[in-house]
Design a protein around this ligand. Structure first.
Ligand SMILES: [Zn+2]
Length: 589
């Protein structure tokens, strides 16, 4: 690989280096300079815009993206981490990566009854007279494939883990950025997921979740806590169990029940058929949960009237009825009182003058509000008020499917004991991880990507602004880089349209952990300057370098650590550069 690259660099010294400059928004430089005064700029930026500005993706249309070279490199690096974790030898099962066809015959989906149930959420097309769909998930396909190779006499090769990394197609109302790693297998891979997220430096909370349409016996989500997330995560500070909100069954702590609350809110709305008036009493500082109300009521609500900010529209509608008395006396009213409210306390005046107490249906002591506080008791360990509520992003999901797919008509797969084969399926949102890494790992220099996912490990930044020719020492330097058996991803930035300090800024913004500055104001070959952009985890790096390099006199530390928005910097002889990079990559992350 390095040999091929060296030929390329020799013959085409200037072209290869323009690669990422071509896709990067030049305003990025301005933004980074401005940022010194206004650190909040990146934080407020639209998440997708940040990926676009940094040259990671290109927006084709909302929800549709091209991965640009930098984005693809990061995606590939994330995939490498996942592959490495999955392909660790384990005597207990066989594990293989494969790639399934990205569409399936509709007939296959009919056998598990997921079609036409999910007709609106899949993309369909006709191929030679038969209907196919683009796979949103692959349970049917993998089961079918497995069935083809499964024979009672090859039991010894089980369990088998098959996984793939592919784009998933889902006709979502709000399209999201999606590329999923999908796994199908027989045994839990929870620990592998935990290891992967550790390597990506992404703290995750495991949450008991709802299996949804995929079904099966149980499922666990890997949630990344983030205030912009779409999910609501509940986690117990005592036993550390996490819950998806749909799966949480803990109750509001008793001491908050039936408190007489002066700050009471009163809401009127209709049921879906608009033949019953719903009156809800709850504390003003809580948020009503539509799901909980419908569950307690046993009926659907009319969402238009539920969304109304004031009750006045409904009050006016009722009061304007021609025969008000008759209308009111025939109107069923459901009065729902949240368990935080003491009924003996002061309920607000009923807004209609005429009514009979027989038309009221009372539903009280019910929890009607969202889990917006830590006043809930844990349903797992029973500790009181230990539940924290946060927003989060789902980055992985594992399912124990049981025999949901292997015991269907036309799908029956049995082992020698006559029991149906158990199956699991597992997903990691690779593109969502990219998005989180780019958005979350921001500092005043731009994206601070972990070394193992950064698009390049080292950037050799040449000072050749407005120079048509590189001088001989530079050419031989670049040749040496490319001829050296340098196994890692590196980049040579010799774009003559961009000044060296701007090249550094861009390199820092896209998260390349080590910059080697070649020639420039302060140094000339054979001395180069090295800037450390990655997080230093071993402060002994300078001592280690000094110990191992040959030209010790040329080694000068200019800045040992980050200070005042400046990165650690040192000078070193270029003959030692490969030793230096090896040491640095062990001391930063
Ligand atoms: Zn607990």
């Amino acid at each position: 690989m390095s040999h091929h690259l060296s030929l390329h660099i020799k013959s085409n010294l200037f072209q290869q280096k323009r690669l990422y400059h071509f896709f990067i928004n030049k305003d990025l430089l301005v933004t980074k300079q401005k940022q010194k005064h206004d650190v909040s700029i990146t934080n407020n930026k639209d998440e997708v815009q940040l990926l676009i500005d940094h040259g990671f993706i290109h927006l084709q249309k909302t929800g549709y993206y091209h991965y640009l070279p930098l984005g693809l490199k990061v995606i590939n690096n994330i995939t490498k981490i996942i592959d490495k974790e999955f392909q660790k030898y384990d005597p207990n099962y066989t594990i293989q990566k494969l790639e399934l066809c990205n569409s399936s015959p509709v007939k296959l989906w009919q056998t598990t009854s997921r079609y036409p149930k999910n007709k609106d959420e899949v993309f369909e097309f006709m191929d030679l007279g038969s209907k196919r769909l683009l796979n949103p998930t692959c349970e049917e396909d993998i089961t079918n494939l497995f069935k083809n190779f499964y024979k009672p006499n090859n039991q010894d090769s089980l369990p088998v883990v098959l996984y793939q990394n592919t784009k998933k197609f889902r006709n979502e109302k709000r399209p999201r950025f999606g590329l999923k790693m999908h796994l199908i297998f027989f045994k839990t891979m929870k620990q592998k997921y935990i290891n992967i997220f550790e390597k990506l430096k992404l703290p995750v909370t495991l949450a008991k979740a709802d299996s949804g349409d995929i079904g099966g016996e149980e499922s666990i989500e890997f949630q990344y806590i983030n205030e912009k997330g779409e999910d609501t995560l509940l986690s117990c500070s005592s036993c550390h169990t996490g819950f998806n909100i749909e799966k949480f069954s803990g109750e509001l702590n008793e001491k908050y029940h039936e408190k007489t609350l002066k700050d009471l809110a009163f809401k009127l709305c209709w049921n879906l058929k608009k033949d019953t008036l719903i009156a809800i009493y709850y504390p003003k500082n809580e948020i009503l949960s539509l799901t909980k109300i419908e569950e307690e009521l046993g009926d659907k609500l009319d969402s238009e009237s539920f969304k109304l900010e004031s009750n006045q529209t409904i009050i006016d509608f009722v009061n304007n009825q021609e025969d008000l008395q008759e209308y009111l006396f025939n109107l069923p009213i459901a009065r729902m009182i949240d368990l935080r409210i003491n009924k003996r306390g002061d309920l607000p005046d009923w807004p209609f003058k005429m009514f009979s107490k027989y038309q009221f249906m009372n539903i009280d002591k019910v929890d009607l509000c969202k889990h917006s506080s830590n006043k809930y008791d844990c349903s797992e360990c029973g500790h009181e008020e230990t539940i924290n509520v946060t927003r989060s992003i789902e980055i992985g999901h594992i399912f124990n499917l049981g025999d949901r797919y292997t015991n269907k008509d036309n799908f029956k797969v049995f082992n020698k004991d006559g029991a149906s084969v158990k199956m699991g399926c597992y997903g990691i949102g690779v593109s969502r991880i990219l998005q989180i890494l780019i958005n979350e790992k921001q500092d005043s220099f731009g994206c601070n990507l972990p070394v193992n996912v950064a698009p390049y490990k080292v950037n050799f930044i040449i000072d050749n602004y407005k120079k048509d020719q590189l001088d001989d020492s530079l050419i031989s330097f670049i040749e040496r880089i490319s001829e050296n058996k340098f196994e890692m991803d590196y980049y040579v930035d010799a774009n003559k349209d961009v000044k060296q300090f701007e090249k550094c800024k861009i390199s820092n913004a896209i998260g390349i952990p080590i910059n080697v500055l070649v020639n420039g104001k302060h140094t000339q070959l054979p001395i180069v300057e090295v800037e450390i952009r990655g997080d230093i985890i071993n402060n002994e790096w300078a001592r280690l370098i000094e110990e191992q390099i040959k030209n010790k006199d040329d080694f000068t530390v200019l800045r040992g650590k980050r200070e005042d928005n400046k990165l650690p910097l040192f000078k070193v002889n270029y003959n030692d550069i490969f030793t230096v990079i090896d040491i640095l990559l062990k001391c930063i992350r």
